[in-house]
Design a protein around this ligand. Structure first.
Ligand code: SF4
Length: 994
């Protein structure tokens, strides 16, 4: 028996003693589910006593985290019992102003009646007046389906303001991307380079992998303006100025080519390096690949009928012709006289002047360091080839006796992505990885199912305003991957159809939408006004918006002469959230979501599963507890609304509702009648004995619950590598519905998809029939470059660099996930306020002492905050933690909480739009290719605050008050544990579902 704890001997309950015997008479249970304290989706075990959560631990039987849990995961208990929980549907009190925080309860039935009437009217008249935008949720397959069925194109999730550059830059190049869809194989890598990575994505698994990697002698290099998180354990920190990574990557590519350290065999077989590109500038197809009418047409939708220039015969041949040896360098003339060059030659020409000295002047990294890094990457790849005795066959029929690999791995995230030059930067990274021969090979980057997918994937957005019709689903999913200008979602004048201007000539490849512009565009009525804005789990009145103060003003702005209740520029705002966030203040209707411990959820192959390199893995959440008060999972709300609105996918042919509830929907939904493909891959079929494909199984949830809430498919080793070009993997993937086609996914060093947009801007037939509006032609020509290039971020081009000499950044801390944890009593002890980290020399030169109050100013606004001197940031950068600062009273924090008094939000300094063009129009402050929000482009200056100004951050806002159903604000510090104190006796919060 363990010695009694001091608490026990004093007669008080121990907070937690994992090996103590259960209390006499107490009912204890342990249930498994999936964590949602961040987006990494680790398996957890939740310990309950008398139905109350007492302890959360990592699930050792879960394939993702193998028992590891982080501070956030174990603090889920404090999220569950947070006083900031919303517990009942609320509406803005009639006669009160939006934003005044005056709400009254409204039952669910009345809520659904109100929404069904309002949304039904919009659907019957103009469905695009309904806009549904969601935050970092994990149910985009459902929300996207709902929007499509409703018939509105105005739908997106958080990707546009997160990392769409990472997704698009990689997927348009190699057919896969980092994090959920791929990552570094650290079990076999020797060199691991992390660029622009904070300490969050794929958190626990990556930390585990880095630990093993370093113990095995691997070398970790961190290239980042800030040395924190993963960079803190790196063997070498290479400080870099923000927004310049593209210049570094181009110089590395140049050096690898110059030194001859590229993997020629890989480039020939697996990329378009050898494909011949039309170089006749007068030709309508200038810059496109030459087509071979008699070549190999594997997939009629994407014929693989290109040309190589055969070095052995000195003539053009079909690409991958047996026995041919394609030239990668040189210029040639086709029999019809057309001048051509291999794609690799064009890449070589592109980077020829990108010398280490050139990059040094941009990045701040010494030229000799850049040369050394390139040499180390190239030599490690060349001299340490990995060979696994796994026989496999490629898509062209060649048999291989082994799988080979190169032990150089990379990882990158928002640090590269969140710039207006991020797409081309990430293209450069993917090309560097490809030159080194590290794609889906041991020791390098490896895909996770359902990737790799076609370049680009097959889903296309709607193409014209005619796609939006009353009472009719959209004819295509609202989000997709344009391949040519014909795939843009524009009207006859070339103007956008979506409220966020996604898939328009302004941002052609905006695969995740531009949520950061929705409120501004809707407020301005550009391209048109909307009626109802429905936000789920997105804190758009605070940390998820740029230009936060102005956005908050837009949310309450009325038309001139408007009356009190009906004439807001955004007429009706619905917010669904589990907590009293800043955004709930601006709602006309608040829907209380459940916590992650109170609902069913799927991490699905139709969305973002938790696949491993070895095969597809999906997971679920199952309710551990009943919903608090009248909370209802958002998924249930959508299924209910879909049924009441009689959206076809939710309605039987005879008109009745198709699904009882969300769990029923998940089990019975199929992508097409009888397809056998649904949300979950495990325990399918009437007997529950099929994987990936099979009839719906009514017992599927139970099977997942009994199996740690996870289902894994382990592919045979021959199907685990080289999946872009692996014949047997392709056959399996097509059979299982993971891919539509089974053609090879060739890496696009040179992107003729981008070139087609340029041709359209130049009025050439190769671009198709559509032309960008005159004012956008130069923009398209400049940025839709088929080869990567570096340009100064757009915001930075406009700013006066002398007046604003510093870059300002945010990072997500390891202990808090965006705004999600401000209500969490345990995690607040780690981060209750944020400071601005400034290099000591930079701060002292500006006359600002460590710990002193200071001003930070951009050309858009200013904030007052506390300065923290640091040696772990390069001198031209200042940075702070993201989303720690709060509005006063938000998240049920007291009005004098550190979060609002000492914490601050950098977003006030960042504009959602660039300065007006000559015609008065303003572009989004985003990547011109993808619409990725350019969070990290802002330029600032710093100065000390006056002694009379210290004591409180700026700006401040009127305090938020509690709303009906919230727990009373604690009078003392929050000593309660697991709901024992602070929540008891509050009947409103304990009431059942209405
Ligand atoms: S890394 Fe994320 S999902 Fe995993 S335990 Fe921590 S908070 Fe939960």
């Amino acid at each position: 028996m363990p010695a009694p704890s001091p608490e026990s001997t004093s007669g008080r309950l121990p907070l937690h003693d994992p090996i103590a015997a259960p209390l006499p008479g107490a009912t204890t249970e342990v249930k498994t589910t999936t964590c949602y304290m961040c987006a990494c989706r680790c398996g957890i075990r939740v310990h309950l006593r008398d139905g109350e959560v007492r302890y959360i631990e990592g699930n050792p039987d879960h394939p993702l985290n193998k028992g590891v849990i982080c501070a956030k995961g174990s603090s889920g208990i404090m999220k569950q019992y947070a006083p900031a929980r919303l517990t009942m549907p609320l509406r803005r009190k009639p006669g009160t102003e939006r934003g005044a925080g005056q709400f009254e309860p409204i039952g669910w039935e009345e809520t659904f009646t109100l929404l069904t009437e309002r949304l039904g009217r919009l659907r019957a008249t103009d469905p695009k007046k309904f806009a549904l935008f969601t935050g970092r949720d994990q149910m985009q397959a459902l929300t996207g389906l709902f929007a499509r069925q409703f018939g509105t194109p105005n739908y997106a999730a958080h990707g546009g303001f997160c990392s769409v550059n990472m997704a698009a830059g990689m997927i348009y190049t190699i057919g896969g991307s980092f994090w959920e869809f791929g990552g570094p194989d650290l079990d076999r890598a020797r060199l691991f380079v992390m660029i622009g990575t904070a300490e969050d994505h794929h958190s626990n698994p990556l930390k585990n992998a880095i630990g093993k990697f370093k113990n095995a002698g691997g070398r970790l290099i961190a290239i980042n303006p800030v040395r924190s998180g993963y960079a803190a354990v790196a063997d070498e920190w290479v400080p870099i100025q923000p927004g310049t990574d593209g210049a570094l990557l181009l110089a590395l590519i140049r050096e690898i080519i110059e030194l001859g350290l590229y993997d020629r065999d890989f480039l020939v077989r697996c990329t378009n390096a050898g494909q011949l590109v039309n170089q006749d500038e007068a030709h309508d197809e200038f810059g496109l690949m030459m087509r071979n009418a008699e070549g190999d047409v594997v997939n009629p939708l994407r014929p693989a009928n290109f040309f190589w220039w055969d070095r052995l015969t000195g003539r053009p041949v079909a690409d991958h012709a047996e026995g041919a040896d394609p030239a990668l360098l040189g210029q040639f003339t086709m029999p019809d006289g057309t001048p051509v060059k291999p794609a690799f030659q064009l890449l070589e020409e592109r980077v020829r002047d990108c010398t280490p000295e050139w990059a040094a002047g941009i990045t701040g990294i010494p030229a000799e360091t850049i040369r050394r890094l390139a040499h180390e990457m190239g030599v490690t790849a060349r001299d340490h080839t990995i060979e696994l005795p796994i026989a496999w066959t490629d898509c062209w029929g060649q048999e291989h006796q082994s799988v080979t690999g190169k032990p150089v791995a990379f990882h990158a995230m928002r640090g590269l992505a969140a710039h207006s030059n991020g797409f081309q930067t990430i293209r450069a990274l993917a090309i560097l990885m490809s030159l080194l021969g590290t794609i889906d090979r041991p020791g390098g980057f490896r895909h996770r199912a359902p990737y790799p997918r076609a370049v680009p994937p097959n889903a296309r957005p709607p193409r014209s305003p005619a796609s939006v019709k009353p009472n009719t689903p959209l004819d295509a999913p609202p989000l997709g991957w344009p391949e040519t200008p014909a795939d843009l979602f524009v009207d006859d004048a070339g103007e956008p159809v979506r409220i966020d201007k996604g898939f328009s000539w302004e941002h052609p490849l905006s695969a995740h939408g531009l949520m950061h512009n929705v409120i501004t565009n809707a407020w301005r009525g550009d391209p048109y006004p909307i009626d109802t804005l429905f936000l789920f789990m997105a804190n758009m009145a605070w940390n998820s918006s740029m230009n936060t103060s102005e956005v908050r003003r837009m949310l309450v702005d009325k038309h001139q002469g408007g009356d009190q209740d009906g004439n807001y520029k955004i007429p009706f705002i619905v917010v669904c959230d589990a907590f009293r966030s800043e955004t709930t203040e601006f709602a006309d209707l608040i829907l209380p979501d459940t916590s992650y411990l109170e609902r069913h959820d799927v991490m699905s192959m139709l969305d973002r599963p938790i696949s491993e390199f070895e095969g597809p893995v999906d997971a679920v959440r199952v309710p551990i507890l009943p919903p608090l008060g009248q909370c209802k999972p958002f998924q249930e709300v959508l299924v209910e609304l879909g049924s009441r609105l009689k959206l076809p996918a939710f309605t039987r042919p005879e008109g009745g509702r198709k699904y009882k509830d969300y769990p029923d929907f998940i089990v019975r939904y199929e992508t097409a009648p009888g397809s056998g493909i649904g949300f979950l891959t495990g325990w399918r079929g009437a007997e529950g004995n099929k994987a990936m494909r099979g009839e719906p199984n009514p017992k599927q949830w139970e099977a997942y619950a009994a199996n740690n809430c996870v289902h894994a498919v382990h592919l045979p080793p021959a199907l685990q590598y080289m999946r872009n070009w692996n014949r047997d993997y392709m056959a399996w993937a097509q059979q299982m519905g993971v891919r539509r086609d089974n053609d090879p996914i060739v890496i696009h060093l040179y992107s003729e998809f981008l070139q087609r947009f340029r041709l359209a801007a130049e009025g050439k037939a190769g671009g198709g029939l559509r032309r960008p509006p005159e004012r956008l032609r130069e923009r398209i020509r400049t940025f839709m470059d088929p080869l990567p290039f570096w340009y100064e971020p757009l915001e930075s081009q406009q700013a006066d660099r002398a007046a604003y000499p510093l870059n300002a950044l945010t990072q997500r801390p390891m202990a808090m996930y965006h705004a999600w944890d401000s209500q969490n009593a345990w995690l607040r002890q780690i981060h209750a306020h944020n400071e601005l980290h400034v290099n000591t020399r930079t701060a002292l030169a500006a006359g600002i002492n460590d710990g002193a109050w200071m001003w930070v100013e951009s050309r858009w606004g200013k904030v007052r905050c506390i300065c923290r001197h640091s040696e772990a940031v390069e001198p031209g950068t200042v940075w702070t933690w993201n989303a720690i600062g709060k509005a006063r009273g938000a998240w049920a924090l007291s009005e004098d909480a550190n979060e609002s008094q000492k914490g601050f939000l950098l977003n006030h300094l960042i504009s959602e739009e660039l300065a007006p063009e000559a015609d008065g129009k303003r572009f989004s402050n985003s990547d011109p290719v993808t619409g990725q929000a350019a969070w990290y482009d802002v330029r600032v200056r710093i100065r000390p605050a006056g002694t009379d100004e210290a004591g409180e951050t700026f700006p401040q806002f009127a305090p938020m008050q509690a709303v009906p159903g919230m727990a009373a604000a604690p009078t003392k510090w929050r000593a309660w544990f697991a709901g024992r104190m602070g929540l008891g006796g509050d009947s409103a919060r304990k009431g059942g579902q209405a």
